[in-house]
Design a binder for this molecule. Structure first.
Ligand code: ZN
Length: 160
């Protein structure tokens, strides 16, 4: 069976950046199961997997603009430290959801100074060229329920 729209696909993968630094690997948390063609994966990876079958191995290089987007410096902002309800425990790397004119945005604290905190609304992988080493583990039909929910059920998916 080939990977195509509405099939359940299980993949093992290793994701590195342009310099070979490891970003994520399924070796840490088991294979990723998703439904092809419903927007769960970044489009560049879905396109590369289209038509593949169980056992296929592929390497996919995805430019930042086709992955998590280019970095947008306008999303980096300094805000007064007094705006944070609780200053205690504020640390670089913490993430918050904030309401903006463009809707809800997840920001990451990148710098803390005496009076100001710098937050970055870019996705942590924005501006990063993505290198995927992928092995297709399984391709199967999705159940009607999985298609209705838009995610995979069972051992490798949602339990509910
Ligand atoms: Zn479900």
């Amino acid at each position: 069976m080939q990977v195509q729209k509405n099939k359940v696909v299980g993949i093992d993968y290793k994701l590195t950046d342009g310099s070979g630094k490891l970003i994520d690997t399924s070796a840490n948390h088991g294979p990723l199961y998703y439904i092809q063609g419903v927007g769960s994966l970044i489009p560049g990876l879905e396109n590369a997997l289209e038509g593949k079958k169980s056992g296929d191995i592929l390497q996919v290089k995805i430019a930042a603009k086709d992955g998590y987007g280019e970095r947008n410096d306008a999303l980096c902002q300094q805000v007064p430290r007094s705006q944070f309800e609780s200053n205690e425990g504020l640390e670089v790397g913490m993430q918050f959801e904030v309401d903006t004119e463009q809707g809800e945005l997840v920001v990451t604290v990148t710098n803390i100074q005496e009076d100001t905190v710098t937050v970055d609304g870019n996705h942590p992988l924005a501006g990063v060229e993505l290198h995927f080493d992928v092995t297709v583990k399984e391709v199967r039909e999705a159940t009607a329920e999985e298609l209705a929910h838009g995610h995979v059920h069972g051992e490798h998916g949602h339990h509910h």
